[in-house]
Design a protein around this ligand. Structure first.
Ligand SMILES: Cc1cc2nc3c(=O)[nH]c(=O)nc-3n(C[C@H](O)[C@H](O)[C@H](O)COP(=O)(O)OP(=O)(O)OC[C@H]3O[C@@H](n4cnc5c(N)ncnc54)[C@H](O)[C@@H]3O)c2cc1C
Length: 415
């Protein structure tokens, strides 16, 4: 087993050489660069551009681009470990990094596991080179704006944003909300429904198209002054007769819909941010109670049994989150069994709700002086609350799926 000189947010496991290398890189960037800058993005609600310069220079922006396309070829589990390590130090950086990485991972390793005809596979292989080359050669950043404020991002109805086939490409019209990386991304990977002119929108006709930030008819609007994850700058996007060429397709027609059914773990990726944040919350609590937070008076609070009990409770919850998380990333694959899928939901819920549970306990335990703005824990408390809101797997919808999918087999109905 490759050894590290720190314990990663996911805990120790038998890491591959690449995992050890990328975890060390993420840990060092996080500790020395992202953590000290995190308060600034939060206070200003501005995008962490400086962190993205570091992610670009270090090669992490292309970590999930396949090796044959000039990337690092990191697989799903490796990405999840690295993302957690970043989330330990800066939630907004990790969450936006997730949107970018997924744009390359869905078109890369995940797409390889989605059934396609030979013609679709050939088209996909040809087109994804265009996107990968932008990331590898130009350091381009991709956003993932799916949400519309309707039930579409929850997977319950077709996307209201439409794309109509025209000569050489597509004409996009519609609106997205909560587009993380708004104004920072070079391309926006938009999910939209093919407008076939028959007024019968169908989720099976979902298209996944990249809109260049410079495209005519594309605009960013709205304020961004939220509770947490303020550095994600998740503003609204509008598309008014935006033309994109055929090569902007990130997946062939109809493949996103199949992918969502084949690869449920594609929706688990946002949990890595919050897994790491939970570790960051725990790290802070231990160092605060030991009187070791840099710049703070060396006041120890560890001698009180109440605080010792709270730290133990936090550790028990953290370990159970990590166990579920690491098992879920090891099991992630196309067409998981029912048992694996239910565990994946359990992992998602535990991490998303658990991170905020830990933050709540951390503030209660560390006490009043710990929640001042110059310390990171109050930001983590706010940031951690946001995990459960992410569609399609909000905490509510995951519980809903778990109950239904446990009690009903596919296609089963009551009389
Ligand atoms: C910090 C942050 C960053 C984000 N970044 C992105 C991003 O980069 N890209 C992106 O696409 N989104 C992003 N989101 C948006 C997120 O995924 C959700 O879309 C958003 O939080 C939903 O808000 P809402 O008020 O519309 O939610 P809700 O009202 O809870 O749900 C959204 C819609 O889904 C429907 N719905 C909810 N539950 C059900 C149900 N049980 N059955 C049927 N329909 C249901 C409702 O009708 C509702 O209109 C981000 C959110 C946050 C907080």
């Amino acid at each position: 087993m490759t050894t590290l000189n720190f314990t990663p947010a996911v805990g120790y496991m038998p890491f591959t050489a690449q995992q050890a290398e990328l975890l060390t890189l993420a840990h060092e960037l996080g500790r020395t660069k992202f953590a000290p800058r995190a308060a600034k993005w939060d206070a200003e609600a501005t995008f962490p551009f400086a962190n993205y310069d570091d992610l670009r220079t270090s090669g992490l922006l292309r970590m999930c681009v396949p090796k044959e396309h000039g990337g690092l070829g990191a697989d799903y589990a490796t990405y999840m470990m690295v993302a957690a390590e970043i989330g330990r130090f800066c939630g907004a950086t990790a969450l936006t990094f997730n949107m970018h990485i997924c744009s390359t991972m869905w078109t890369g390793a995940l797409a390889d596991g989605i059934p396609m005809t030979d013609a679709e596979r050939e088209e996909h292989t040809r087109r994804r080179q265009v996107h990968f080359a932008r990331v590898v050669n130009d350091g381009a950043v991709y956003a993932q704006p799916f949400s519309e404020g309707s039930s579409a991002a929850a997977g319950k109805s077709p996307f209201g944003t439409t794309a109509k086939k025209v000569d050489g490409g597509w004409l996009i019209n519609g609106r997205k909300i909560f587009a993380s990386l708004a104004g920072a991304a070079n391309y926006y990977g938009v999910l939209c429904t093919e407008d076939k002119g028959d007024d019968k929108p169908d989720s099976r006709d979902t298209l996944y198209l990249a809109v260049p930030a410079t495209a005519e008819g594309f605009a960013i609007s709205g304020d961004w002054d939220p509770l947490g994850m303020r550095g994600t700058v998740s503003r609204n996007l509008t598309f008014k007769d935006v033309f994109v060429s055929d090569d902007e397709a990130l997946m062939p027609r109809g493949i996103y819909f199949k992918g969502a059914q084949t690869w449920p773990a594609m929706f688990f990726t946002v949990a890595a941010t919050y897994m790491g944040m939970a570790q960051g919350i725990y790290d802070f609590t231990v160092s605060y109670l030991r009187g070791e937070v840099p710049g703070e008076p060396p006041v120890k609070r560890r001698m009180y049994p109440t605080k010792q009990i709270a730290v133990a409770q936090m550790r028990i919850q953290l370990e159970s989150m990590k166990s579920l998380f690491t098992r879920a990333i090891a099991e992630a694959r196309p067409n998981p069994t029912k048992d694996e899928k239910l565990r994946l939901y359990a992992a998602h819920f535990s991490v998303m709700e658990g991170a905020n549970d830990l933050a709540r306990l951390a503030i209660r335990t560390c006490g009043g002086q710990s929640m001042m703005k110059h310390l990171p824990i109050e930001r983590m408390y706010r940031d951690s609350r946001c995990g459960s809101l992410m569609l399609p797997w909000t905490a509510e919808l995951v519980v809903d799926r778990m109950g239904r999918e446990t009690l009903y087999e596919s296609g089963e109905r009551d009389e």
